[in-house]
Design a protein around this ligand. Structure first.
Ligand code: NAD
Length: 370
């Protein structure tokens, strides 16, 4: 039997003011919902409200929590590239804990337009570090002792694996895409602010996430939506690139454990032993849809190979020993069950998908060809 995950309230203890950046995005939104549902903390959600942002899931959560709860979620619509606005937002939030998720996050978009990735992910993290450092220097007593800035990053900073081996905290950095290079740069800045200025930090590097409320431009929601509407399903290259898939709520478990109990200055790799080739992911989703829709011929007939992503990393896999042994993290979702829940969620929320795509001016077209 697995030990139950402590609640957000248990983990936060006396930390009552939490600054989450990127809280209107996919993973940040899941973090904000967990904090609202499981604690009485006030969440300051700093987000520029870019193309992938949406607050519907947070609004739904607040509506279930009853009167007065709206006060516990404060949107700070700020672009991290605006240093003065970031400084003012950090002052207003006056946080006990910072969880930094805001970033441009789609590899294909980073190939088409790398500039915004450098600005948001590198300069943006620099601006946040400077503002948080000034804030930390003004803290005293227990608020100072327990303060952390948690930087949320990706396994993509480690590059590409061959058939064997897994990434761990000691793997050298070797980013290959504009996205992963910008995230690697931000990781280095966070470590530098820790070593040089004594800022208390924790870092996490996680594998690919999936689950409800992900903006429908990434592999899993794209496949579900294309397949369920009878459109061709694009499979990049030979489809044998491997990702280590993690259900988003399992990632949130890991983030809260690392943010609250992680050792100052330490990084933790997060992955749920969910390795699958892209072809396997696509075929699993097609078979699940076949069962749900009783479709003949199979959705598999819609799969079409398309030109590969330039510089497509072959394999990512994580060794999560450190976070499991030191912090007691265990993923709670098997990848096939998580995929099935995700397929059902997207089928029931197609209106939301259409709304967010329209708002973003994106209709599922291929991105990231040089
Ligand atoms: P997302 O694209 O869904 O959300 C990112 C949010 O950040 C958006 O709401 C966006 O508006 C905001 N943002 C971007 N640039 C900003 C800026 N300059 N100023 C203020 N806000 C800004 O991304 P996600 O999938 O939720 O990823 C969140 C974090 O987790 C990212 O840092 C990403 O690198 C990391 N990560 C993601 C995955 C994954 O599989 N999605 C895996 C590991 C790590």
């Amino acid at each position: 039997m697995t030990t139950p995950m402590p609640t957000a309230a248990d983990l936060l203890g006396r930390r009552k003011r939490i600054l989450v950046t990127g809280g209107a995005g996919f993973i940040g939104g899941a973090v904000v919902r967990r904090l609202l549902n499981e604690s009485d903390a006030t969440v300051f959600n700093l987000d520029k409200m870019g193309y992938a942002s949406d607050l519907t899931s947070i609004e739904q959560t607040l509506s279930t929590l009853g009167e007065g709860s709206a006060e516990r979620h404060r949107l700070l619509q700020v672009d991290l590239t605006d240093a003065a606005a970031v400084e003012a937002a950090v002052k207003q939030a006056d946080p006990d804990l910072v969880m930094h998720l805001a970033a441009e996050s789609h590899v294909d978009r980073s190939i088409s337009g790398p500039g915004v990735f450098i600005e948001s992910n590198v300069t943006g993290t620099y601006n946040l570090l400077q503002a948080v450092r000034a804030h930390y220097e003004g803290l005293a007593g227990e608020r100072r002792t327990s303060f952390r800035m948690h930087h949320i990053s990706t396994d993509e900073v480690f590059g590409s694996l061959g058939a064997e081996g897994r990434f761990s905290e000691t793997t050298p950095y070797d980013p290959r895409s504009p996205y992963s290079a910008s995230k690697a740069a931000s990781d280095h800045l966070v470590q530098a602010w820790h070593h040089t200025y004594g800022l208390p930090v924790v870092l996490t590097n996680c594998s690919n996430n999936y689950g409800p409320w992900q903006f429908p431009e990434k592999l899993i929601p794209v496949v579900i939506l294309k397949a369920s509407s009878g459109q061709d399903i694009p499979l990049y290259g030979d489809g044998l690139n491997i990702r280590d898939w993690l259900y988003v709520e399992d990632h949130v478990d890991a983030l809260l454990l690392a943010a609250c109990n992680g050792v100052n200055g330490r990084s933790y790799c997060v992955g749920g032993h969910g390795e699958k080739t892209n072809r396997d992911v696509v075929e699993t989703i097609c078979r699940q849809l076949d069962q749900l829709h009783n479709r003949e011929p199979s959705h598999l007939d819609l799969v079409k190979r398309v030109t590969d992503r330039p510089g497509h990393d072959r394999r990512y896999a994580i060794d999560p020993t450190r976070i499991s042994t030191e912090l007691g993290w265990v993923p709670r979702h098997d990848v096939n069950e998580g995929l099935e829940a995700t397929v059902k969620w997207y089928l029931s929320n197609q209106e939301w998908c259409q709304d967010v795509r329209s708002k973003a001016g994106y209709q599922g077209e291929r991105l990231g060809i040089k």
